[in-house]
Design a protein around this ligand. Structure first.
Ligand SMILES: [Ca+2]
Ligand SMILES: [Ca+2]
Ligand SMILES: [Ca+2]
Length: 856
């Protein structure tokens, strides 16, 4: 790569007077200590100035889910990420599955104060070099080419930068002085183009539902000009972008995909090399800007005996106050200050600094708010029953809405009609699916590729914000439900679930515990899979990309008619159609999947005993049969390689559930063979498995396990000190709620068995984290639970900018290197806002575990 081309490099520039005046005009006081400073590359390898950060591929496209809107040039403006995706892109408004550039070289030059990246599109042998350099209080972004834009990409390749729509709602813009209002909803313009001009999307699939017309749609510019000013009226959001050559276009990506952003774009000129595009970007900076503290607390409140510690997240430039106060809201009269707590330093974590304030001393039942400086939090309760109802939205509404193969009603509204009655076809061989599923060289079933597999249109849940049945998450969900049933015997009945009529009615009791009905619904699908496939699938999922991104009523994702290739697309005969929209079953005999699946059936058979005996019998018979078959397979082909330990873990789970259900010696012996070496290798999850196995391990097991638990307390200690929240934090592309809830749940089991070793506060910390004691915001991560909770989530109704009540979101995603983020005004980042059945079932368990501990 030739990186020696001339680059305009500037040292830190003096802040233009105009900028300083603009900040003063915005009503802000300028002191000598609060000057606007220029961007400077910092030790974390991004540009930083007080109030503005510019990331240049600190985060990269990972190639798995393509464009996650968390890569490229990104702007964090007054603490919030408002721009992403800055790069050379091949479409006006790139969608998730459009081609993404790979970063083949990235140079961070601290001395020259510049960051540059070489980006490559392999399909077109097309390299470009992106150079970002501070200028004044903003920056320049330039594209350099050694070779001209490939002919195929002429008029297609452009410098793009995407702005988050919700950050600009109810604001305006100027294009070369001409005014416009930012639309709350997209309203074109668009154009229809021939399909032949479409640039290849993921694996050659198309996001566009073409209906046989050989075309697709692109957004056309809303405005064209030399200088854009977005949100001129808002000093926190105002950004000026000027094209130093050519034109700027403003496009609205929401016209082609609801998760699209506003795109500012300059087409790269044809037949040109050298510096082919350059912008000056000047986000307004409020001089001396300091981020408002985030007061982390439990929006759902606290039990009187619980520790009540607020974690206050501060701008590193902020000076902690000496105290924070707890006020009681009384029926009449002024709020009463009940406690002035001394603020304790915690220290730096990621990009902020943290302090805590402990209000544990207050235990009187009532309503309270916290005050830190001028900031008051929402009002929340302290009382013995605060957690009693926190799981209801998840069992009453969220889980019913996720139910597949059912019609789901709630009072006057229908959540979705009857879904996926055309399940399912055997997936084709050697196929990489867009949601991570893969088919290998054999089906592992008696079915040929694309042959109908009967019997699968029953039970199951949409695993998350999409519409697939993911087998692995079904196992863990069923197992978690069985734990919840066996330990807490939840009798709550607020939902009618009629399997024969395939009808669900929310807020309509039917005399049967909802939890058992959900276990039944999961078990029906898992049993059906084994009967049809002689094992378990990886999952059942949409066959085509243009259906996979479906939003809205799940019953319209497919036509519910059996695919008949002898008919034309959209032609219907009886219960058949010529539209190839039936979902595919991704099969292959995977030992860990088979073991964990049969484990869930063995567990379900216990819970269903006395509720649906026929299904309980069937689940157990299938589980035993599957276990024997899997052991045979294991003898024939012993597991090796990195997945072997995972397979052994899955077998342990299977054999434990069989042992607990049957108490047969063969399973007990095999469990003993597996568990103790596993504990030697790694305690973690295996500790909980062993505790759950006490009924079959007999006398002495608790003492034998104790040293491992003692060892584990060191892990808890480490986690407790790693960040101010005292829970594990995820660092990947998916938020950390699941890890937090696992930590709390494991500690519940261990506390029950070893109260002298494991503090129950580690369980409550997981709860209060979910309810708002977390970084970035203090919104409760369970929609509808707590005074302020998630209003937007990545559910099937996200196009309506709303959430399904009871959804439990992944929460805090940490963007590299140091930005904890959970968008509260935009639902479309799945890593932050997509609830899963695994997470939701885990949450129901944890809530009841906390209630259980607080009863005593
Ligand atoms: Ca999925
Ligand atoms: Ca019920
Ligand atoms: Ca169909």
């Amino acid at each position: 790569m030739n990186l020696t081309l001339g680059v305009t490099r500037r040292r830190q520039a003096v802040v233009p007077l105009a900028l300083a005046l603009a900040a003063a005009f915005a009503g802000l006081c300028l002191s000598a200590a609060s000057q606007v400073t220029a961007l400077q590359v910092n030790d974390r390898e991004y540009f930083h100035a007080r109030g503005l950060d510019v990331l240049v591929f600190s985060n990269q496209y990972n190639g798995m889910f393509f464009d996650e809107k968390t890569a490229g040039v990104e702007i964090i403006h007054h603490g919030v990420r408002m721009a992403t995706g800055g790069a050379v892109r091949l479409k006006p408004t790139p969608e998730q599955w459009d081609q993404i550039p790979s970063v083949v070289d990235r140079k961070v030059d601290k001395a020259a104060n510049t960051i540059e990246c070489v980006l490559r599109y392999e399909d077109f042998d097309f390299n470009s070099r992106l150079v970002v350099t501070p200028e004044g209080a903003g920056f320049r972004i330039a594209v350099h080419l050694d070779k001209p834009v490939p002919e195929k990409l002429e008029g297609r390749a452009g410098l793009n930068l995407e702005f988050l729509p919700s950050r600009f709602f109810e604001r305006t813009y100027l294009v070369d002085g001409k005014p416009g209002i930012v639309g709350r909803y997209p309203s074109g313009p668009t154009e229809v183009k021939p399909a032949s001009t479409q640039i290849r999307q993921f694996e050659g699939y198309s996001t566009f539902d073409d209906r046989g017309r050989s075309e697709y749609v692109e957004a056309r510019p809303v405005a064209v000009g030399k200088t854009f000013v977005l949100a001129p009226e808002d000093p926190e959001r105002r950004v000026t972008i000027q094209a130093l050559s050519g034109d700027l276009q403003l496009l609205d990506g929401r016209n082609v995909a609801q998760n699209g952003w506003f795109v500012v774009r300059s087409l790269l000129p044809a037949k040109a090399t050298g510096k082919v595009a350059e912008w000056s970007v000047r986000p307004n900076i409020i001089a001396g800007w300091t981020r408002t503290p985030v007061i982390g607390f439990s929006q759902a409140g606290y039990h009187p005996v619980q520790k009540k510690v607020a974690v206050i997240e501060l701008d590193p430039n902020d000076k902690p106050l000496a105290t924070a106060s707890l006020f009681e809201v009384v029926p009449d009269g002024a709020p009463v200050e009940r406690l002035k707590a001394k603020v304790q330093p915690w220290g730096p974590y990621l990009r902020y600094s943290y302090v805590t304030a402990d209000f544990s001393a207050v235990n009187k039942t009532g309503l309270y708010y916290l005050q830190y400086g001028n900031q008051k939090t929402e009002t929340f309760p302290i009382g013995p029953n605060v957690y009693d109802t926190v799981w209801h939205a998840t069992t009453d509404v969220w889980f019913p809405v996720q139910m597949d193969h059912m019609f789901v009603n709630e009072a006057y509204r229908v959540w979705h009609g009857l879904t996926h009655m055309d399940d399912a076809l055997q997936a084709p061989l050697n196929f990489q699916h867009f949601d991570g599923y893969r088919m290998g060289a054999t089906t592992g079933t008696k079915y040929a590729p694309l042959e109908r597999i009967p019997g699968l249109a029953v039970g199951g849940w949409f695993d998350a914000g999409d519409f697939d049945i993911q087998t692995g998450s079904h196992s863990s969900t069923i197992m978690s439900f069985v734990d919840t049933w066996e330990l807490f015997k939840l009798q709550r009945d607020e939902t009618l679930i009629d399997q024969a009529g395939r009808f669900v009615d929310i807020h309509r009791p039917d005399g049967k515990p909802d939890l058992l009905q959900q276990i039944e619904h999961g078990a029906l699908q898992m049993a059906a899979q084994y009967k049809a496939l002689g094992g378990w699938s990886r999952g059942i999922v949409d066959s085509h990309l243009h259906r996979y991104h479906h939003l809205g009523d799940a019953s319209t994702q497919t036509d519910n008619l059996l695919y008949d290739p002898s008919l034309k697309p959209y032609q219907v005969e009886g219960n058949r159609s010529g539209t190839p929209d039936d979902r595919w079953v991704f099969t292959g005999q995977v030992p860990s999947t088979n073991y964990s699946s049969l484990a869930s059936l063995a567990a379900a058979s216990r819970a269903l005993r006395g509720f649906n005996d026929a299904l309980a019998d069937e689940c157990l018979a299938l589980a035993k049969q599957a276990y024997a078959a899997e052991r045979q397979r294991a003898v024939a082909k012993p597991a090796t390689g990195p997945g072997a330990a995972f397979g052994a873990g899955a077998e342990m789970s299977a054999v434990l559930q069989l042992a607990l259900t049957t108490r047969e010696q063969q399973y007990i012996d095999r469990y003993n063979e597996l568990i103790w070496p596993a504990l030697e290798r790694a305690a973690g999850m295996n500790l909980v498995s062993a505790v759950r196995a006490f009924p079959i391990l007999g006398a002495g097991a608790a003492e034998k396990l104790r040293p491992y638990v003692v060892k584990y307390t060191a892990e808890i200690e480490k986690t407790t000190k790693a960040n101010p929240y005292g829970v594990p934090m995820a660092t990947g592309g998916w938020g950390g709620s699941g890890g937090v809830m696992s930590f709390a749940t494991n500690n519940y089991f261990l506390h029950k068995a070893y109260p002298d070793l494991i503090d129950r506060d580690t369980v409550f910390r997981g709860m209060t984290f979910m309810f708002g004691t977390h970084p970035a915001s203090n919104t409760s991560f369970v929609a509808g639970v707590g005074t302020r909770s998630k209003r937007y989530a990545y559910g099937t109704n996200r196009a309506d900018l709303t959430a399904i009540p009871g959804v439990v979101v992944p929460g805090i995603m940490i963007l590299r290197p140091d930005l904890p983020e959970n968008m509260d005004d935009w639902p479309f980042l799945w890593g932050e806002n997509e609830g899963t059945i695994g997470g939701a079932s885990q949450y129901i368990f944890l809530a009841n575990a906390a209630i259980d501990l607080l009863k005593k």
